[in-house]
Write a protein that binds this ligand. Structure first.
Ligand code: NDP
Ligand code: 2IT
Length: 444
């Protein structure tokens, strides 16, 4: 049996109940075959794949907090510190009822390669909780965040592990967590990113993932003799990533016509009204039904279906496994030429394979959405030098990083005779740096 198959079988046996983690490992290891096969003896002896698929540590803890009725609630908190070969652990905190160990491990595993691709010194980690922020008062959110940090603080630090936002964790939650860390440790340091601008946050971090997604997509299209300007874009999600993807799409002359949340989706053929969307999602924290209620050009549909709309470019920006084979078929039938993942692993393995076979340009999340964590690393740099850069400075660095990521993975794919396969390119380019660092540091 080849080394890759051997390790895949072991990982499946050891982590049998972790579907999303297995999906992520399968994708990465399968696409690394050309590199592994070329170095099989060395990598096998060094147990490189066994080491990279086993987290450095997994921390799980009780998060008790008191709700507005005086009732004590208990959630489970997680932090998976996956790999720090190239820098301190770095990755977001997801607050969503679906969170479990397998989901946090898949996200942490992806983060290793994503962070490597940014070319910045950050290792891979992820955390979160099965806490559901929906419908909670500000006081309840604060109670949860403080209790979460009462345990998490032991394991993190500006040079150790630097968490940030993800689904359900935005500036409000980061603020409460930062305050509690400072209270417990008595240290004002860049232990979290995505902070508010008055206490160490970076300009352009809020926009970074969505903007970066468009910088990447534009470069990918350009390299295939296409232009983002004039394209009709289907976007899923209506959160941080989706909103700023829509904003940058407009700035580039494209027309975003959809968005979605967990209850339904909007088709607005005249183009999504960005200010209205921001008001509903960022200020009121309300449902998309409110969008359709005040926008005559918009259709609201319950449930799923955002990929049934005719578009040139699709940007899944909500959550994992939201774009299935049947969705991929609809996209292809409707003439979609490119899919770029704003979310982490939004496209199933079957759907990805189908899109690639049909010649659709496919940008994996670990490359296309790396602008968020890259800008988090820029926030860490600013905190270290106790300076704040201008919006333009951060944004232009972000743009350069995304263009660079595209060319790195494009080159990596070409080196292994897989030109145009950006999944293979991203995994190989991300892996090479981490594995070189791991081997240089010995068995640890
Ligand atoms: P937000 O919480 O701001 O928004 C998430 C959006 O996706 C909401 O519209 C939400 O709808 C929808 N959504 C979430 N879960 C589900 C679900 N199970 N089914 C249907 N819709 C769902 O999160 P972000 O925008 O920050 O994150 C979106 C994706 O991007 C995630 O995959 C995240 O890991 C990834 N990402 C985020 C980065 C960042 O910097 N924030 C960086 C890189 C990747 P509702 O509000 O109704 O739940
Ligand atoms: O998935 C991701 O890359 C994020 N949620 C951002 C992580 C970060 O540390 O900014």
């Amino acid at each position: 049996m080849s080394y890759v198959d051997e390790v895949l079988a072991q990982v499946k046996e050891k982590n049998a109940n972790e579907a999303e983690f297995l999906q992520a490992v399968e994708e990465v290891l399968n696409s690394l075959r050309p590199v592994i096969d070329a170095n099989e003896e060395l990598y096998r002896r060094e147990a490189v794949l066994e080491r990279i698929t086993e987290p450095d540590r997994m921390i799980m803890f009780r998060v008790p907090w008191v709700d507005d009725n005086g009732q004590v609630q208990v959630n489970r908190g997680y932090r998976v510190q996956f790999n720090n070969a190239i820098g301190p652990y770095k990755g977001g905190l997801r607050l969503h009822p679906s969170v479990n160990l397998g989901i946090i491990k898949f996200l942490g595993f992806e983060q290793i390669f994503k962070n490597s691709l940014t070319s910045l010194p950050i290792g891979g980690g992820k955390g979160g909780s099965d806490f559901d922020p929906k419908g909670k008062s500000d006081r309840e959110i604060m109670a949860f965040c403080q209790s979460f940090m009462n345990e998490l603080y032991k394991y993190i630090g500006a040079d150790v592990d630097v968490p940030a936002g993800d689904i359900g964790t935005g500036a409000r939650e980061i603020g409460y967590m930062f305050g509690q860390y400072k209270k417990i440790r008595g240290v004002f340091e860049g232990v979290l990113t995505g902070k508010g601008l008055t206490y160490g946050g970076s300009l352009a971090r809020t926009q970074a993932t969505g903007y970066g997604l468009l910088y990447f997509t534009r470069e990918m299209l350009k390299s295939n003799n296409e232009d983002i300007a004039g394209k009709t874009v289907a976007v899923s999600g209506a959160g941080n990533v989706a909103i700023y993807a829509i904003e940058k799409a407009y700035q580039m002359g494209a027309k975003p016509v959809t968005c979605s949340d967990s209850t339904g989706w909007i088709y607005d053929p005249e183009g999504i009204d960005l200010e209205l969307l921001k008001e509903i999602k960022e200020v009121k924290r309300a449902r998309l039904t409110e969008y359709a209620a005040v926008r005559p050009s918009a259709e609201y549909h319950e449930g799923k279906g955002v990929w049934s709309v005719k578009c040139d470019v699709a940007l899944p920006c909500a959550t994992q496994n939201e774009l299935h084979l049947e969705d991929a078929k609809m996209l292809v039938a409707n003439g979609c030429m490119a899919v770029a993942e704003g979310a982490n692993m939004p496209t199933t393995l079957e759907a990805t394979k189908y899109l690639q076979e049909k010649g659709v340009l496919f940008a994996p999340g670990k490359a296309a959405n790396a602008g968020g964590v890259a800008t988090s690393a820029l926030e860490m740099s600013q905190n270290s030098e106790r300076l704040s850069w201008s919006f333009e400075e951060v944004d232009s660095k972000l743009e350069g990083i995304m263009i660079n990521i595209f060319h790195n993975l494009d080159d990596a794919a070409k080196r292994y005779d897989k030109a145009g396969d950006y999944v293979v390119g991203a995994n190989i380019a991300g892996f090479e740096k981490v594995v070189t660092a791991m081997m240089a540091q010995g068995v640890c």
